[in-house]
Design a binder for this molecule. Sequence first.
Ligand code: SF4
Length: 258
Amino acid sequence: MRGANLVEVFSSIQGEGTHVGTTTLFVRFGACDLRCRWCDSPQTWEPASQCRIEIGRCSGEFETRPNPVSVDDVIAAAESLDLAAHEFASLTGGEPLLQPEAVGEIARAMRARGPRILLETHGLASEALESVLADIDVVSMDWKLSSDVRRASDPRRGSVEPFHTEHEKFLTIARQAPELIVKLVITRASLDDEIDEAVSRLEASAPEATLILQPVTPFGPVQESPSAERLLALCARLSSRLPKVRVIPQTHKIYGAP
Ligand code: SF4
């Protein structure tokens, strides 16, 4: 294969979801076909001309390489960051499933060296997921709410078609993974109706999934988080419908980790 378009490779601590706090080596893929209003990685929206690779675990120092980066070079870079000592390797983005061949090869090679593989995805590319699923330990998918998310190809103004049906299709494949996490990013613009619709579909398709309610971290045009009262009420209401509902904010932002 011709390699991967990557933004960065670095060692840190998982800041989100049920595996928060675990040692994690991150491989961030370039390009994304969505535009989330709260996206904190807009530099990943287009394919990157260069990839930055951390030199030495937790050094915070990077070297740059031109894209695409060969899988052998990704693995060599990861090994120089002590790959085997990490609990997880997170394949994130951008949207990794826009490059399924690279995701499969990197996941296989990293998993053989020890870490579990966590795939962070927007939860829409079903066929691509199917092609890599055997190499993934944890699928962490977003359930996008159209109050805050549009496709890159959509006009900037006007209403957006909901993503529910595509997420439902994705779920039928994702639920075959050893572990499935579904994340709803909650903002002040999130509507109860769309949250309820998402949860109804999750309840019907994959009730065993862990549902994360992640209060948005203000970034760019999103200036405020939802109130604690709203989160507590949502958690109470949704917990009566699904067995594993958790409220977990992004934690790496608190102490300034990447
Ligand atoms: S799917 Fe992820 S990378 Fe793409 S716009 Fe949304 S938050 Fe950003």
